[in-house]
Design a binder for this molecule. Structure first.
Ligand SMILES: [Zn+2]
Ligand SMILES: [Zn+2]
Length: 323
């Protein structure tokens, strides 16, 4: 999260001829992927026909033939000069590369670095900008299949860690996910009061697959963490976000507790209980009859101001859903 990280480039391993086989080219990365949104054809169209077309045509070789690491590094370097439309396109490309298989492969570090950079390079939390990035992302990635939803959740969880704008977009993606389970469209992607989670009562829990059940529990848990801990709260306030987004009212904690109780009673699958019990622990933490438990009292002080760097693990109960 420090400024210095901004100027660091993703590591680019040199490729001695003998080991060249270990480094896939961009096109090869798509071979084992079946999801249509993660196809080479779609990726190539976004790259060569969208806002980045001019820049991508100037690459030293066709994009598909570059090694994944080289491609990520070129895009990473270009990102510093990009305008808003170009960045939105870069984010889409970076997300596709990030979601592709071969996660254990040598290119994953570069793919993750590019993904972080495509958000981090944006130096603003302007609500309309957050809406714009969220909308463009969701126009492409959202869908009602559980695989689409799982992709949105994976992205949201990843980008929420490394930058303020990533956190802001992440919050919007999570709200979108929750509203989409409740089959309620969202017009403007923005922060919302956590009381709006009452929409969860419209989600047909009994009809959800195990994957979707897990996805919605994780979305709710991650959302609570992002809005109630929020390491860059001051910047959000500076950009006009009201404080009410960064707290939860006692009656809403109670509402979530009874929703969760019902949801867990509805599912019979035991391995889903782990995530549900994490969420339960978070809600237990917030459920004290003291007014000041409206946010995380490890990450923030009694008046709601941020205490220091983000806490994790045992210290901050609300960060449990991170792992
Ligand atoms: Zn997936
Ligand atoms: Zn916290």
């Amino acid at each position: 999260m420090s400024e210095n990280e901004n100027s660091q480039q993703p590591p680019l391993p040199e490729q001695p001829p003998s080991r060249k086989k270990n480094f896939k080219c961009v096109k090869e990365l798509f071979v084992d992927e079946v999801h249509y949104k993660l196809s080479w054809g779609k990726f190539n169209r976004i790259a060569t026909m969208g806002a980045l077309a001019d820049r991508i045509n100037q690459l030293p070789a066709p994009m598909g033939t570059l090694s994944v690491n080289k491609c990520c590094q070129y895009l990473w370097e270009m990102s510093r000069k990009m305008g808003t439309d170009e960045l939105a396109t870069l984010q889409k490309l970076a997300c596709i590369l990030f979601l592709l298989p071969d996660r254990e492969g040598p290119s994953m570090t570069c793919r993750m670095a590019l993904m972080r950079q495509s958000f981090k390079v944006v130096n603003s939390l302007e609500p309309m900008l957050v809406h714009y990035f969220s909308k463009l992302f969701l126009d492409y990635f959202s869908g009602s299949s559980s695989s689409s939803r799982c992709h949105v959740l994976r992205i949201a969880r990843f980008i929420s860690v490394h930058s303020g704008i990533g956190r802001a977009v992440s919050v919007c993606l999570l709200w979108h996910l929750i509203f989409s389970y409740a089959e309620t469209p969202i017009g403007i992607h923005q922060y919302r009061e956590l009381g709006e989670l009452r929409i969860l009562s419209n989600v047909p829990i009994a009809e959800l697959s195990n994957t979707s059940f897990r996805c919605i529990i994780r979305a709710v848990g991650t959302l609570l963490h992002l809005q109630l801990c929020c390491p860059d709260l001051n910047e959000f306030l500076y950009h006009g976000y009201p404080r009410i987004f960064f707290r939860i009212l006692p009656q809403d904690v109670k509402m979530l507790r009874s929703w969760l109780l019902n949801a867990v009673a509805t599912t019979d699958c035991h391995h889903l209980r782990t995530d549900a019990s994490k969420l339960q622990a978070m809600l237990d933490y917030l459920n004290v009859p003291v007014l000041s438990r409206q946010w995380c009292l490890v990450c923030r002080d009694a008046s709601g101001d941020v205490i220091g760097p983000p806490r994790t693990g045992d210290q901050c109960v609300l960060s449990q859903m991170r792992s």
